[in-house]
Design a protein around this ligand. Structure first.
Ligand code: C2O
Ligand code: CU
Length: 467
């Protein structure tokens, strides 16, 4: 069983086509890191927390001196961050003022099927929909993004993505960095034309198996700079790129400890911290990590680099250790209770193979799951509510980050990066990974798919129906 970690640069480049910018690009590490604003609830009190978001086009300055049109939640990219309490129902009214249909998925949310953003449950231009999120789940870094069938890639690329954090009392009680030292970082790659517009190729006619840009944006800014205290920070790393995976490291590496101490995974905190010198992060994965800048002298510049990248994709952002500062945070040896699932819990085993298929659409080979291109009415699995299943995921041709809606899973060892509760697992070509999934919460039809958004749009997606 070959699992994870076996990826290399070649596997990355074969999972996409690099689009080169023709715009004048800034010097890296000159633009300050933006922090997406936290969204205020709309109106008042009651049993639910209510929010309103208008999806609209807007002109923003991403590259200094140039205007870029984005499609943004409230007209900004990334969208505003929503912060919810575990177990407190959150209702988000999305209004669509864009020229195309949209649908919103709360990635990592345990959400009733009608509110999960099924790829054909569209909000038409001029329409609106109230998404109801019970959020009966542990503290975690979730994110929301567009999920329109066949158009997720271009619509997310234009800017339809934001953070949705869930907090709970267990997390509150831990001495991890908080407040301004708890920072979400959304990493994407984009390419820009001379006039500042984003370049998204015609993937349907050019048969591009993944769009890779040559500019890395963090929270919407190109290769930004963040001034930090000589203290511990918690970074919620999200790879919201369409197709690029990164292997993140710090340059220079800290003199003594590891670069990153991982405290959380896609769906919440780990049972114990896990040190990494490098972190490989595929599309849609989240790593919740602590970086201790007190290991560096004041004045030190520390670059977060991407060891899988070259040119513009080799750098991500830079930190500058600006000053000494008090720090009462720490990383406890035990974080939260994570009950490990055991293979003997599984009542059903299934195998899904993700590969370029023989199925054609307008002369192009589609990406398939078990040889099938996605259709809304074929059910690939029918798990029973309340059970655990064991799924073997098998990737062919290129790497595929596989995301399963609704059901949190644990990855069977060995797997260097995939610990804790996950909703997305990265597979190199040829990998077989086995996961134990817990079907809890709701009955209904949900999707699972490759989170390379171009593969997803080219039908590498399937349905399961919880009965
Ligand atoms: Cu992040 Cu089905 O998606
Ligand atoms: Cu894929």
């Amino acid at each position: 069983l070959a699992v994870g970690g076996g990826a290399n640069v070649e596997a990355e480049s074969s999972a996409g086509a690099l689009v080169r910018s023709t715009a004048r690009l800034p010097q890296p590490f000159t633009v300050p890191l933006p922090i997406p604003p936290v969204l205020r609830p709309a109106g008042g009190g009651g049993a639910d927390d209510r929010y309103e978001i208008t999806q609209r086009a807007a002109e923003v300055e991403i590259l200094p001196g140039l205007r870029t049109q984005v499609w943004g939640y409230n007209g900004i990219f990334p969208g505003p961050t929503i912060v919810s309490r575990s177990g407190r129902q959150t209702v988000v009214r999305h209004r669509n003022e864009l020229p195309e249909p949209v649908v919103v998925h709360l990635h990592g949310g345990r959400t009733p099927a009608e509110h999960d953003g099924y790829p054909t449950d569209l909000i038409d231009p001029g329409g609106s929909f109230d998404y109801v999120y019970p959020l009966d789940q542990a503290a975690a870094t979730l994110w929301y993004h567009d999920h329109r069938m066949q158009f997720t890639g271009p619509q997310v690329y234009k800017g339809l993505a934001g953070f949705h954090l869930v907090q709970d009392a267990q997390e509150d009680a831990l001495p991890l960095p908080k407040g301004e030292r708890d920072v979400p970082l959304m990493i994407v790659d984009r390419a820009f034309a001379e006039d500042g517009s984003m370049i998204y190729p015609d993937v349907h006619s050019d048969y591009i198996s993944g769009v890779l840009g040559d500019v890395v944006l963090v929270n919407g800014a190109p290769w930004p700079l963040m001034e930090v205290d000589a203290a511990r920070y918690r970074f919620r790393l999200l790879n919201a790129s369409n197709a690029r995976r990164y292997r993140l490291a710090l340059d220079p590496a800290p003199p003594s400890g590891p670069a990153f101490v991982q405290v959380g995974s896609d769906l919440g905190l780990l049972s114990a911290p896990l040190p990494h010198d490098e972190l490989q992060i595929a599309s849609a994965e989240r790593f919740d990590v602590i970086v201790d800048f007190s290991q560096y002298p004041v004045g030190q510049e520390v670059t977060m680099v991407n060891r899988l990248g070259d040119g513009g994709s080799a750098n991500v952002m830079r930190f500058k250790v600006a000053r000494r500062a008090a720090d009462d945070s720490s990383i406890p040896a035990r974080l939260v209770e994570v009950r490990p699932l055991s293979p003997s819990d599984a009542v059903v085993e299934r195998t899904f193979t993700f590969q370029r298929g023989s199925v054609q659409h307008e002369g192009m080979p589609m990406w398939t799951v078990n040889g099938q291109a996605f259709t809304p009415d074929t059910i690939a699995a029918d798990p029973a509510l309340g059970t655990v299943e064991r799924w073997r995921l098998h990737a062919l041709n290129v790497y595929h980050p596989i995301h399963i809606h609704l059901a949190p899973f644990q990855v069977l060892e060995p797997s260097p990066y995939a610990t804790g509760w996950k909703d997305t697992v990265d597979l190199a070509s040829g990998d077989q990974v086995e996961v134990l999934l817990r079907f809890e919460g709701y009955r209904g039809k949900y999707v699972f798919h490759c989170h390379n958004l171009e593969h997803e749009d080219m039908m590498m997606m399937a349905n399961f129906q919880v009965r």
